[in-house]
Design a protein around this ligand. Structure first.
Ligand SMILES: [Zn+2]
Ligand SMILES: [Zn+2]
Length: 164
């Protein structure tokens, strides 16, 4: 969502409440996570010519379980605290700010980094997910399979063959 900040740019201390749905960033659209109902709620304030975005964002996503690949639904909540400044503003620490051009701020661009920080690298459908059998691919949460050598260390697998 693009926000017009022309009004608050005019006066130091001016602020606007912001409540809106955030569209997934292009980068995250390419991942195996599917986001929905991502809502940001907070405010944007002009503090000495830069804009501070404060608030929180929450939403849901589905992602394949890291062990059994079944789609699992997760939710997240993150605090957002970002400083936005005009592209041509004289700011010493440019890494700490999100630049914007003219008088429009892309809220998605400002909010997604906080979401990404709260995400884990792996999600499980349940803490005790048994995963898939590495031999036959059966979903071990549904039923045990007939493979018997699950516990054999792969380095000893050759030896097990010799003994058969
Ligand atoms: Zn699972
Ligand atoms: Zn198996």
């Amino acid at each position: 969502m693009i926000l017009d900040v022309q009004e608050i740019l005019k006066a130091d201390g001016a602020k606007i409440p912001v409540k809106c749905e955030i569209e997934p960033s292009a980068e995250l659209l390419k991942s195996d996570m599917t986001f929905s109902e991502v809502l940001f709620s907070g405010e944007l304030e002009n503090i000495g010519g830069v804009l501070e975005l404060r608030g929180d964002v929450k939403g849901k996503f589905t992602v394949p379980c890291a062990r059994c690949m079944k789609e699992t639904e997760q939710s997240f909540e993150a605090e957002v605290f970002e400083t936005l400044a005009k592209e041509d503003a004289e700011i010493s620490d440019r890494d700490a700010i999100i630049p914007f051009a003219g008088t429009s701020v892309d809220l998605g661009e400002a909010v997604w980094p906080s979401i990404v920080l709260t995400l884990d690298s792996k999600y499980l459908c349940q803490p005790e997910c048994k995963g898939l059998c590495i031999h036959c691919g059966a979903d071990l949460n549904e039923s045990p399979c007939d493979c018997k050598d699950d516990d054999i260390d792969p380095r000893l697998a050759g030896l097990a063959d010799l003994l058969q």
